[in-house]
Design a protein around this ligand. Structure first.
Ligand code: UD1
Ligand code: CA
Length: 458
């Protein structure tokens, strides 16, 4: 869902905290869910929602965060992390927000908030100036608790400041707030550090608003996954599993089969045709496209690749930056590196590594080979143990095998080299110069037979 409004909206994403509870050298917001930094999830959601501007507040590890996160319009530094309220004060003090009529405050450690829910929160703020997103949680431990009167927010109490009666409240503060910028400026100017953590809490604006007879509207979500924050590694992996479950459910609805929906990880964008089958322990990363009827065997990693209809990847393959046409066959135990392109019906078998290799239709590299910087025509057969010697220590060189070439086992092709159409290279040949069309190229070393030879004894 995209946000449409006459007003100028700014998303302020809080990401300055250290994330002490992660016990990590990496700033918390750079920890990943589904292969993407948590902060990037929040930024992408805001950008795709269509807010006018995205501001991120950074502090702990600011340089590192800034270098790894994209699509942020302006960065605000919070040099000392004095709490979420202080972070918003820093953002409001930045010129970037001068033109924003409304702000929506988001969190770098709440990666899975949905656009639909943000839209509901923002609509409530346009009508009522201030709105808070809460979630009725089965276990609200760790979250601020939302106190209400007449269905509006009267205050939010932090876990560490709550009385035992307040701790029994299940309505959790997600932290997401939408407000008219002018009102937010007023409310945020009067925060105090008089609390258990000695910080400026953003959540204290709600008691202020209530005291000024402008209590916040309460917007609810019943989706605990989008309302879940990550403070430690246990929560991170819980959220990861829940998110993976969501992705897999959606793919199953689209007609994809999984041997076990709990044993697959999708870290990026996966597009599938009909009747794709994915076996156990497969990891799919980046942009992956699988055509109709593609089968992926167990224990494969596939990144940024396109696999066309009817192709089959057997178990234990590592495939990265590759394009396979229809009806190809790969593996088991193959490693296809970036720039590998297989035309229709081509085959790569076990213990084969390819890189920058164009493999023509119906060509085969079935066993134990390295084929790099190579162009193979159609119906080429590369025998077991063939190596393209593509690297001279300084530069890479190309090997070209024209249509219908047959390379005998255990041959070396010292690039740059071309083997002409229809030629055969005998087993065990080191090819150091171009081979013309239609010939047999063989390194001539006859066998010797020694009769009566005795094996050495101990
Ligand atoms: C906060 C809320 C809590 C809510 C929970 C939801 C406050 C006081 N508490 O608690 O009510 O239930 O989120 O997940 O707001 N940050 C800064 N600067 C700071 C402190 C934090 O930018 O000085 C950022 C952090 O990087 C993080 C986010 O704000 O992304 C939340 O901070 P965190 O310390 O995780 O707050 P919680 O204790 O989870
Ligand atoms: Ca948090």
């Amino acid at each position: 869902m995209r946000w449409r409004s006459e007003k100028r909206w700014c998303a302020v994403i809080l990401a300055a905290g250290k994330g002490t509870r992660m016990r990590s050298h990496l700033p918390k917001v750079l920890h990943r869910i589904a292969g993407k930094p948590m902060l990037q999830h929040a930024v992408d959601t805001a950008v795709e929602l269509g807010v006018n501007q995205v501001v991120a507040v950074v502090g702990h590890g600011a340089q590192q965060v800034r270098s790894q996160i994209h699509r942020v319009d302006s960065w605000v530094e919070q040099t000392e992390q004095n709490g979420t309220g202080h972070a918003v004060q820093c953002a409001l003090a930045d010129r970037a927000l001068d033109s924003a009529d409304f702000c929506v405050v988001m969190y770098g450690d709440m990666p899975l908030i949905s656009q639909d829910t943000l839209v509901r929160l923002m609509q409530a703020a346009e009508m009522e100036s201030l709105a808070l997103l809460a979630c009725d949680m089965s276990d609200a431990t760790g979250y601020g608790r939302v106190r209400t009167t007449e269905n509006r927010v009267s205050s939010v109490v932090e876990q560490s400041d709550a009385s035992s009666a307040e701790l029994s409240i299940r309505l959790a503060n997600t932290g997401f707030v939408a407000a008219e910028t002018r009102l937010l400026r007023t409310l945020i100017s009067s925060l105090s550090t008089d609390n258990a953590q000695g910080e400026l809490y953003l959540t204290d604006i709600f008691a202020n608003a209530h005291a000024q007879q402008t209590p916040a509207a309460l917007v609810l979500t019943d989706n605990e996954t989008e309302a879940t924050g990550v403070n430690d590694r246990r929560q991170q992996v819980q959220l990861e599993r829940r998110y993976q479950r969501q992705i897999v459910e959606r793919l199953m609805e689209q007609g994809v089969s999984f041997a076990d929906p709990q044993r697959v990880d999708i870290r990026g964008e996966l597009r599938c045709g009909r009747d794709v089958f994915i076996d156990v322990d497969v990891v799919l990363e980046g942009n992956v496209e699988l055509g109709d009827g593609v089968e992926i065997g167990p224990f494969c990693r596939i990144a940024d690749s396109r696999i066309a209809a009817g192709s089959r990847v057997d178990s234990h393959c590592a495939i990265d930056g590759v394009s396979l046409a229809a009806a190809c066959s790969v593996g088991p135990f193959a490693r296809l590196r970036p720039g590998t392109e297989m035309a229709e019906g081509a085959k790569v078998g076990n213990f084969v590594e390819t890189k920058q290799a164009k493999i023509g239709a119906s060509s085969k590299i079935n066993h134990l080979s390295y084929v790099g910087d190579a162009v193979l025509g159609e119906r080429v057969n590369v025998g077991a143990g063939t190596i393209t010697c593509n690297y001279d220590g300084a530069n890479k060189h190309r090997t070209t095998l024209e249509d219908d070439v047959f390379i005998g086992s255990n041959s070396q092709l010292v690039a740059p080299v071309t083997v002409g159409r229809g030629s055969t290279v005998g087993a065990g040949t080191t090819v150091t110069r171009d081979v013309e069309e239609g010939v047999l190229e063989v390194e001539h070393r006859d066998n010797k037979t020694v009769r009566g030879w005795v094996r050495p004894q101990k």
